[in-house]
Write a new protein. Structure first.
Length: 572
């Protein structure tokens, strides 16, 4: 880890302070082949409930809030390298416990009533206020766990702000000047720069919270490339921020698009039909068999042989798993959890239940990436005899006396997760004699069931918030077991051994040694059968060929600031 790191952007950044909001976007000129104007349209299977970064805990919501709010740092198009954003550079103290951020000049908040109908320049005070809020105990803040044990004074501030904010904020976040602040950590954390790319730390002004309070979720005020135009139960519309600070490599002010329109879909089939009918420009998370059924073969689409669209596929830094809550007495016994782990044939689930969709997880919980060697983690083998023996040792021979369970799953009927749940129920009945029902519910209800403890078993997924294996391991940390959270240790797992490894990993500054400890952490999760990792998959997107410069990454986040509309030759 470099102790001093000055970020050098590949882009030429600037601020168009004299931009006129009344100028017709279509009249703006760009060089290098790009074009201004046009509407970009896509759909979401989940409704967006809150346009506030500290409440944006799902990928669906983050894809929108990240267009409105700028993070402190950001990731490049590949999703692996930290580059400038609101902070144009930072340095790390020799002991790795202090980060000093230099805030970019000329970044302006969107005009809003809370700012007297105008924008104002973002300063270090705004970054501090955002991070203070992210540490607070307010109900509106759903991401306090990200900084609670890492920043000096964060835990104390969280305890003191259950009902209202306190003057002075977090003691370990200090404004040094108008454009500089320092963050002091409790312990050195090698991945802190990556953590600061998290979209949940999108910067907003204090005035917005002062005016709107808890209704701030309906009044997003950021500095991002797009601003909120309309927000309803049918969807939302974003419009171009004419005063955005960034330029592309040719000196064109970003963004190019005039509008972004998001609507909701009930199922993937209707979404694909809307794409075929040119009502939307992008389809996310495509089941491969659907591409073949609707628009020709996946291979033809990837090769660009189809006229109106292209398909992109990236390995997703995500995992689908079967969760088990240790609030249920049966799952407190590690032998029961191991029995279920050994009784599930993941290869069969992928090849037969999902008809080849995804990849079976045969190692640990963290997916294999350029920064994590998953092949070093020994996963559970499919072994019915071992599973039966473990279940018998736990007092349930052939499943006798085992309580009837329900697997809760959200999404559409016979979608991948629903099929997985049904396949698991069938295997557990056949291999262990355990009766398991499957109940399909909506996303919010499933989360509430997990949070409250009503759900003892559920199918869910986790995708990294930033490119580091720690983002996966954090959800098993023992301190989070006391939280009633649907995301952070809802399994109620407590292991002094794991917690010690996790703490050591976060303090370790040597990359190789840190990776070694990370592997140990993941192996511990497998050995304790905390969850049942099931599948990894690819992030497959289909884009209308009129949309240019669209890029995806393994974190599945999206940046619309650089894309533009240019109709292909010969189009109607």
């Amino acid at each position: 880890m470099f102790k001093q790191f000055i970020l050098i952007s590949l882009l030429a950044f600037g601020f168009a302070g004299c931009s006129d909001d009344s100028v017709n976007v279509e009249d703006l000129k760009a060089i290098g082949g790009a074009r201004y104007g046009g509407e970009f349209r896509f759909m979401s299977s989940e409704k967006i409930e809150a346009l506030f970064p500290l409440q944006a805990t799902t990928l669906y919501t983050q894809r929108i809030t990240s267009q409105i709010f700028d993070p402190i740092l950001r990731l490049d198009a590949s999703g692996s390298k930290v580059i400038p954003s609101v902070a144009e550079s930072f340095s790390i103290s020799p002991d790795g416990k202090s980060y000093t951020l230099s805030i970019r000049k000329g970044v302006y908040f969107h005009p809003d009533e809370c700012l007297d109908g105008e924008g104002r320049e973002l300063t270090a005070d705004d970054v501090k206020f955002t991070l203070d809020m992210a540490c607070s105990g307010l109900k509106i803040n759903e991401v306090s766990f990200m900084l609670h044990d890492r920043v000096v004074g964060a835990a104390a501030y969280n305890d003191a702000t259950k009902t209202q904010l306190k003057a002075g904020g977090v003691s370990g976040i200090k404004v040094l000047s108008k454009y500089k602040l320092r963050i002091d950590l409790v312990e050195a954390f090698a991945g802190f720069d990556k953590l600061l790319t998290y979209s949940g730390f999108g910067v907003f002004p204090k005035e917005a919270y002062d005016l709107y309070k808890n209704d701030i979720k309906n009044h997003p005020v950021g500095t991002g490339p797009f601003m909120l135009e309309d927000f309803s139960g049918k969807g939302l519309t974003l419009k171009r921020n004419p005063n955005y600070w960034a330029k592309d490599q040719f000196g064109n002010q970003l963004p190019f698009l005039a509008e972004i329109e998001l609507s909701y879909t009930k199922n993937k089939r209707s979404e694909l039909i809307a794409f075929r009918e040119r009502k939307i420009d992008l389809v996310l998370e495509i089941p491969t068999e659907e591409v073949d059924n609707i628009l020709g073969s996946l291979q033809e689409a990837q090769e660009g042989k189809t006229v109106k669209h292209k398909v992109d596929s990236k390995q997703s830094f995500s995992v689908t798993f079967l969760g088990m809550s240790q609030r249920n007495p049966a799952f407190k016994d590690v032998r029961v959890r191991k029995a279920i782990n050994h009784a599930i044939n993941r290869v069969n689930l992928v090849n037969h239940t999902l008809l080849g969709e995804g990849y079976p997880v045969l190692n640990g919980f963290i997916p294999n990436t350029e920064f994590f060697p998953a092949n070093r983690v020994k996963g559970p083998d499919y072994n019915v005899a071992k599973a039966k023996a473990l279940l018998a040792q736990a007092g349930f021979p052939n499943g006798n006396g085992f309580p009837v369970m329900t697997i809760y799953v959200s999404g559409n009927k016979d979608a991948a997760n629903h099929l997985l749940a049904k396949g698991i129920a069938q295997q557990l009945k056949e291999n262990l004699g355990i009766s398991v029902f499957v109940e399909l519910i909506d996303f919010e209800t499933r989360n509430q069931y997990v949070k409250s403890g009503k759900a003892s078993m559920w199918v869910s997924g986790w995708i990294a918030d930033y490119p580091d294996g720690e983002s996966f391991l954090s959800i098993f940390y023992g301190k989070y077991a006391a939280m009633n959270s649907e995301f952070m240790n809802p399994f109620k797992y407590r292991s002094p051994k794991f917690d010690d490894l996790y703490d050591r990993m976060n303090k370790e500054q040597d990359p190789d040694k840190r990776t070694n400890i990370m592997v140990e952490c993941d192996q511990q999760i497998v050995d304790d059968a905390v969850v049942i990792p099931l599948t990894n998959d690819d992030f497959i997107t289909m884009i209308n060929s009129r949309v240019r410069n669209f890029k995806t990454n393994s974190l599945e986040n999206l940046d619309f600031s650089n894309i533009f509309i240019k109709e292909p030759r010969g189009s109607e």
